[in-house]
Design a protein around this ligand. Structure first.
Ligand SMILES: [Fe+2]
Ligand SMILES: [Fe+2]
Length: 150
């Protein structure tokens, strides 16, 4: 995916966080599995916090980015289309979620490379680490679900 400015990447990132939050909210509503429901609810809260952090960066820390070039990111944009269906299974939802988390991780890693301000770099590092942790937690729930169903 090509971006023309850091601002554009940040706008994209905000939208991705919003989409992730919405998707996880729907998955939480749909899940009859107690563990999955609790997990997705927690994820909604986390992605909202990410959205708020990004908005704070946009309104105050833009100067912390290098003005040279823009990140080229290898994103699949899993959340680019309506991915939620009424008959989605927990397994399918988790597969989408794991891919979305990988994208989110790549996105923050990509942005991090353009941060020249140390504090900004730390914030982006934190975001990347959290997305990676989300992905790992999803993988572990996925393994439990698959094991139970087979
Ligand atoms: Fe996020
Ligand atoms: Fe996440």
């Amino acid at each position: 995916m090509e971006f023309n400015s850091i601002q554009e990447v940040l706008d994209f990132a905000v939208r991705q966080e919003q989409k992730a939050g919405r998707f996880y909210g729907l998955m939480a509503e749909k899940s009859t599995d107690v563990v999955a429901r609790k997990f997705f609810r927690e994820m909604v809260g986390e992605e909202r916090k990410h959205e708020a952090k990004l908005k704070a960066i946009k309104s105050g820390k833009l100067s912390g980015f290098s003005g040279q070039g823009t990140p080229q990111m290898n994103l699949t944009e899993v959340l680019g289309e309506p991915v939620f269906r009424e008959d989605i299974t927990l397994q399918e939802g988790l597969i989408i979620a794991m891919r979305a988390e990988k994208d989110a991780y790549e996105m923050y890693e990509g942005l991090k490379a353009f941060a020249r301000d140390e504090e900004l770099k730390k914030i982006l590092e934190g975001l990347a680490a959290e997305e990676l942790e989300h992905k790992a937690r999803m993988e572990s729930i996925y393994d439990q679900v698959v094991q139970r169903e087979n």
